[in-house]
Structures are given as C-alpha cells and as structure tokens.
Design a protein around this ligand. Sequence first.
Ligand SMILES: N[C@@H](CCC[C@H](N)C(=O)O)C(=O)O
Length: 289
Amino acid sequence: MRIRFTKMHGAGNDFVVLDETRGRLGLHADQYRFLADRHFGVGADQILTVRPSTGPGVDFEYVIHNADGGEVEQCGNGARCFFQYVREHGLTDKAALRVHTAAGVIAPAMEPDGRVTVDMGAPVFEPARVPFDAAGLSPQGESLVGPWKLALGTEADSPTVELAVLSMGNPHAVQRVDDVDSAPVAAQGPLIEHHPRFPNRVNAGFLQVLDRRHVKLRVYERGAGETLACGTGACAAVVGGIQQGWLDSPVDVQTRGGLLTIAWDGPGQPVRMTGPAQTVFEGEIDIPA
Ligand SMILES: N[C@@H](CCC[C@H](N)C(=O)O)C(=O)O
C-alpha cells in the first residue's frame, strides 16, 4: 500500500503526520513502527493521525502512536504540529481549535508570532490515575507530585531516585538533576520507563533548574527513547517544579531541540504550552502489508 505523509517537527521532536479525514488507512502496529524507523521507513519519534471530528464541540480527532507502534494518550509537541498541519492542508481556516484526544480535549491556537499555544488541560496527581502504584510508599514531601523515592533495581547498589509523578494525559516521572548534560538519561531512562510501579510504563524527565523561570530538560520517552524535546514532559516538569516550590509560572524550558514556554496557575487549572511547529517535507511511501 502506498500512502502520503508529511514530515514535521516541534522543537526537534519529529513526526510523520497522516491524513485520515477522508477514510481510515487501517494501519497496524508493525506499519506504524515501519514509518517511524529511521533506516527503513521515514523516521519519527511519533506518528500523528488526523481524523474528522468525533462530535459537537470538537473540530478534529488526534491519534498518536509512539515509534514502538503503541498508541498513546497525549503528545504536546505533536499537538502544535497537528494544528499547523490542518491549517496548511486547508482542512480548517480557524485560528483556534478544539481537538479530541484519547486523554480528553485540548485546544491549540495561533500566536501572532507564528508559534502555537496549546491548552493541554489540567494535570492529574492521583497516583492511581497516572497510573502509579504507590502502595506501601510514603511521599518524600507534601506536594501533590510526591516526590516518591524509588530504587531502580533490586540489587543493594541499585540507584535510588526521587521522582515527581503526575499525568498530563500521559504518565510522567521527573527527577531534578544538577547538570542535565551529564545526567544518566540513557542509563536510568529505560529503568524508570519500565519500573514495575508504572503499569503503563512512564516518560522519564531529567530537570535542571537554572532559576525560578528557566530550566533545562531532557526526557527519555516511553516507546521512543530520548527525544530532542517532549511537550508533555515540559508541562509535567514545570508543574512538578512549581508544586515543589522551585519555579514560578511562566517557565522557559530549554530542550536539546528548542525552547518551550509553559504556564500553569495551579491545581485544577490547565497547563498552557507555547512553542514552534514546522513542516519539513511531504512524500509518499510504500508500506509493507
Ligand atoms: N513527544 C511527546 C510525547 C509522546 C508520547 C509519549 N512518548 C508517551 O508515551 O506518553 C510530547 O511532545 O508530549
């Protein structure tokens, strides 16, 4: 089967975008994995699919698959690219949208400078809803995100980390580090992603606080490995940092692929993420059955 695609990125987090507004392509997990493959396919951290509205009050449905082929609930950098895609492809001329995702409705809108702001909804803190199995653990602080102390293994010398745990529609565990460039992202990322306390696995963030409004962040993403930026990871890191008293909204988040600005007014309030969305190229590809 030959399909059309658009390659996009948001702060270096890259996507293959597919249009299913005129009918389903019916792809399965192996085919999403093939599209994401950087050697045999197009190459992407996530595959984003545009579908028609699911009902009144929403303009489109937005479906996300990780590079490992698994469908996930939310993707922040993807949300900005989704918005750019539907406007560039004449699927809407609205400057603000409401988009249905597996995690609820998000609302992207155009900024005068060409960046996109997305209302990502309110963060979720209840461990069971992340989901995070906190049974038998005591939080290390009094904030809504814990933090929670976890051993990354069963050996006596296994590293122990303190993780702020929350959901931005998808699960995040964020630890503060002194220097993000030397942080053990490759070593600890997979151990945190697959830690048995996270039944759906988790995205692992490494946060360096520069001052109360500036941070650096790296994220080892569930189902994709370390990416150049993670939008929901930036939201989670800033919410966790505000909750623990380190940060004040809005916060500039420097990722390896670009700058995101995250604003949050506190529990129950939506997180607003602002950043770039860029089309790279379009093409057609034959996908194996
Ligand atoms: N890159 C994304 C997050 C994509 C999904 C994530 N890997 C997960 O499995 O939850 C972003 O920009 O938020």
